[in-house]
Design a protein around this ligand. Sequence first.
Ligand SMILES: NC(=O)c1ccc[n+]([C@@H]2O[C@H](COP(=O)([O-])OP(=O)(O)OC[C@H]3O[C@@H](n4cnc5c(N)ncnc54)[C@H](OP(=O)(O)O)[C@@H]3O)[C@@H](O)[C@H]2O)c1
Length: 294
Amino acid sequence: MKVLITGATGKLGCELCKDFSAEGDVAGLARGNRETKLCRASEILAADITDRDRVIRIVRDFKPGIVINSAAIADVDFCELNPEQAFAVNAEGAKNVADAATAAGALLIHISTDYVFDGEKGSAYTEEDRPNPVSVYGDSKLAAEDYIRSSSGRYIIIRSSWMFGGCGKNFVDFVVDAAKRGEKIKAVYEKSGSPTYTVDLAKAIFDLAKKLEEEKAPSGIYNVTNAGVCSRYEFAKEILDLCKLKAEVIAITAKEAGGPAARPKLSALDNTRIGKALGYKLRHYREACKDYLK
Ligand SMILES: NC(=O)c1ccc[n+]([C@@H]2O[C@H](COP(=O)([O-])OP(=O)(O)OC[C@H]3O[C@@H](n4cnc5c(N)ncnc54)[C@H](OP(=O)(O)O)[C@@H]3O)[C@@H](O)[C@H]2O)c1
């Protein structure tokens, strides 16, 4: 399996590079401005995904069977304040990667988000539910999905949520670090989702890619998250319990948190389709977090 993975220095991308490297020839694509030593790709190719000609040339020359687009600006508040940049990378950049994959005859696996939904459904979203983003980040990710779905290439869109693990800092690290410094932790209680361990997510994507390639399965969307739903407030308390640290956790509203971007109230994703495709369910986020904290 020859695979090209964008966002190779990111939380998910570096785990994807590890998993896919175990069975194939993997090139990670990175901008070259961040440490790449944790990325286990056999080679790192330098490119910004907004540079269309370069992306198309790199994919054509590497000749992958699969292209995974994990690159994005995933900072929701940054996107809200910088919409042009958000669309340039998350929508236009994704189009460049998708077109490059189509031109090379490769399967595209594109990573998307629960934030394409408004969170008002009141229960977990299936792949058929109609997106309605409430932020620039969500809009830009949905624009990429819409383009990919209307293009002629074979694709899998993976929607996931609230990632921890891999390269770079995440909410779990933030809670642990704050507790070790003896600080109080403020966390929003009125928005809920499914924390997802990038190790589990990368493995599920790897298993799915292998299976769908063997079966030459048609294009489609798959929700992939760890099981369980919580608020950041509940998750912060669970993280402290798991690592036996003591700190005061203060429940705050989203308004009190003060970020510029709106977030969905309940963005849990229904994992029935991925469970059927893989023949197994992803474990509860608490179990996954326990492993991450070891
Ligand atoms: N984090 C979450 O909670 C979450 C939830 C749902 C879905 N997602 C989606 O999952 C995917 C992976 O997210 P993540 O958390 O792993 O993100 P991350 O840790 O912030 O990493 C983002 C990656 O994208 C790369 N990148 C950003 N702009 C780029 C550009 N213009 N050209 C090339 N590469 C660029 C970054 O490279 P540099 O090292 O050069 O910055 C980095 O490798 C994204 O598509 C995101 O939208 C994330």
